[in-house]
Design a protein around this ligand. Structure first.
Ligand SMILES: [Zn+2]
Length: 195
C-alpha cells in the first residue's frame, strides 16, 4: 500500500472528525521530519461489515482516502496500533462504545491492506452528560455506587431496550444471569445516546 508524508496541520484539518489529507500532500513531497506518514487507501477495494447492532458499516476509499499510520511526533497512530494489536491477540469480537464508530472504517481499510483476519463488531450506545459529552472522571462525572448496583443494572438494561428482569431478580448475579440469556443487541440499534 502506498504511503506518503503529510504536513497538514490541525488548523488545516479543523472541523473534520477523522480528517483525510486536505493539501494534496501526495504530490507535494513534504519534509519527512515535519510530517505525519499516511497510508493511501484509494488503492483498496470498498468493503463493508455488518455491525451486530448498527447493521452495515462500509469503508469507501473515495471518501476515506487516507489515514495517518505514524504521527508527526513519531508515534504510531491509534488506528494502526489497534488493528495490529487485535490481530496479534487473536481478537474475534470487538465490543466497544459507539464513540469509536468513526474509527471502524479506517480499521477495516487497514485490516484489508495488511490482509488481517477481521473480527466481528458490536458498537454500544453511550451514556453521556447533559451537554452530550462522554462521562469522564476528569470532569467529575457521577460514580457508580456499589450499593445501588441492582437498580443501576436495571436502569442500564432499560436504556439498552433489553427485557426488564422480573422483581425476583434482586441481586446483580441474578440480573446478569437473566439478562445474558435474553441479550439482544438488535434491540438497541435505535438508541443513540442516553443523558
Ligand atoms: Zn496533507
Amino acid at each position: 500500500m502506498p504511503l506518503f508524508f503529510c504536513d497538514c496541520t490541525r488548523r488545516d484539518l479543523l472541523g473534520e472528525d477523522d480528517p483525510c489529507c486536505v493539501r494534496d500532500c501526495r504530490r507535494r513531497h513534504c519534509d519527512p521530519q515535519n510530517s505525519a506518514l499516511r497510508a493511501d487507501l484509494t488503492v483498496l477495494a470498498a468493503c463493508a461489515i455488518t455491525d451486530r447492532s448498527l447493521g452495515k458499516l462500509a469503508f469507501e476509499p473515495q471518501i476515506q482516502r487516507d489515514v495517518v499510520v505514524r504521527r508527526r511526533d513519531g508515534l504510531y497512530s491509534y488506528q494502526l496500533a489497534c488493528v495490529i494489536d487485535d490481530a496479534d491477540q487473536g481478537i474475534t469480537d470487538v465490543v466497544r462504545g459507539a464513540d469509536l464508530l468513526p474509527s471502524t472504517r479506517w480499521q477495516l481499510a487497514l485490516q484489508q491492506a495488511l490482509e488481517l483476519e477481521r473480527p466481528s463488531y458490536l458498537h454500544l450506545p453511550l451514556v453521556v452528560e447533559a451537554d452530550g459529552r462522554k462521562l469522564a472522571k476528569s470532569r467529575h462525572a457521577a460514580a457508580i455506587e456499589p450499593q445501588f448496583a441492582v437498580q443501576q443494572l436495571r436502569q442500564a438494561l432499560g436504556w439498552l431496550k433489553q427485557e426488564t428482569p422480573p422483581a425476583e431478580c434482586n441481586s446483580t448475579a441474578a440480573i446478569l444471569d437473566w439478562a445474558l440469556s435474553r441479550w439482544d443487541p438488535a434491540r438497541f440499534a435505535g438508541v443513540e445516546t442516553v443523558s
